[in-house]
Design a protein around this ligand. Structure first.
Ligand SMILES: C[S@@+](CC[C@H](N)C(=O)[O-])C[C@H]1O[C@@H](n2cnc3c(N)ncnc32)[C@H](O)[C@@H]1O
Length: 304
């Protein structure tokens, strides 16, 4: 492929524009988090010189791997977004490492352009979460790995956020069944949060980002033929890097979600927006939000 830029898609729009919410300080904090997750995934892959790695995405993981291992590492960057791969290719040229990279536009559950038993390691960071057919993707990873090759996944866990929205809905429905006057703020919170996550267990099961938990991932990796599966769930609560109301409005919780600003504009009247802002703004500004990062790290081997 060439470095010419194809039209953008939701993925390149997210990574190149939306993820940082237009706030340079928040963007820098997010990038530092991403790098930490990528480093953890690379540690799990046990990379060595003269390896070939499949690292999906815009280059974050792949370029970090090359930085760590050096000029002998070859990396195949696979992604479904041609725009992101074009962006990554331009970065690789600028860094003088284009010769170490191959770019393949493909869904993770296909990878037909990558030969069987041809790579030493497969790494994903925040990719499998968005793939509907995760077992098929894991089978594709297994197929392209050499015997003895290594899988290392770093994937977000979104189920807890969705469970909270399901609980909000349940609470409102229970109040309505009991004939109680529904709590206005709770109703608005539910309407806001359900724009970001499904609010029923059935809908959760239908969406790739909420259909799985860490135990499902663990089981799926084993079922795809991997051995020595090891999984760690990292839950880290701490102060949010979102400290201003404007940034709060512009940061979406994941690539498939609208920003709160969009949700407020499209789903609320001016009076409802004022009510919600009055309830939420003090939480954002003083003392500040607490956020929980939920990451699933899995390593496994393709039997030799
Ligand atoms: C949250 S971004 C993560 C990007 C990158 N891995 C990183 O570490 O920054 C999700 C990535 O998954 C890619 N993606 C989404 N669905 C995919 C699929 N079915 N197959 C392959 N890649 C996919 C998107 O294009 C995007 O690059």
């Amino acid at each position: 492929m060439t470095a010419a830029s194809p039209p953008e898609d939701i993925w390149s729009d997210w990574i190149l524009h939306r993820r940082g919410g237009g706030d340079p300080a928040y963007d820098a904090a997010v990038r530092a988090d991403m790098m930490r997750f990528a480093d953890r995934a690379l540690d799990g892959a046990a990379l060595r010189p003269h390896m070939t790695l499949v690292g999906a995405g815009d280059g974050l993981v792949a370029f970090r791997a090359i930085e760590r291992i050096g000029p002998t590492l070859e990396v195949i960057l696979t992604d479904i977004s041609p725009a992101l791969l074009a962006h990554a290719e331009a970065l690789a040229i600028a860094r003088g490492i284009r010769g170490q990279c191959r770019f393949v536009t493909s869904s993770a559950n296909d990878l037909a352009a990558v030969a069987d038993a041809s790579v030493d390691a497969v790494i994903t960071r925040s990719v499998l979460a968005y793939v509907a057919d995760k077992p098929a993707a894991l089978r594709a990873f297994h197929r392209i790995l050499k015997p003895g090759g290594r899988l290392s996944l770093a994937e977000p866990a979104f189920q807890d956020e969705a469970f909270e929205v399901v609980a909000l809905r349940d609470r409102l429905e229970a109040a309505s069944r009991a004939g109680d006057t529904p709590d206005r703020i709770l109703q608005l919170m539910h309407r806001w949060k359900s724009a970001h996550y499904p609010d029923t267990l059935e809908a959760m099961a239908r969406q790739p980002i909420t259909s799985y938990g860490e135990r499902d991932l663990f089981r799926m990796v084993g079922a795809a033929g991997f051995a020595h599966t090891h999984l760690e769930l990292h839950l880290d609560a701490g102060p949010s890097s979102i400290t201003t109301w404007d940034t709060f409005l512009d940061v979406a919780p994941h690539p498939l979600a609208p920003s709160p600003r969009q949700v407020f504009a499209e789903r609320f009247t001016a009076e409802e927006r004022t009510l919600l802002e009055r309830a939420l703004r003090p939480l954002v500004e003083t003392p500040g939000l607490t956020t929980t990062s939920r990451m699933i790290y899995v390593t496994a081997d393709k039997p030799a």
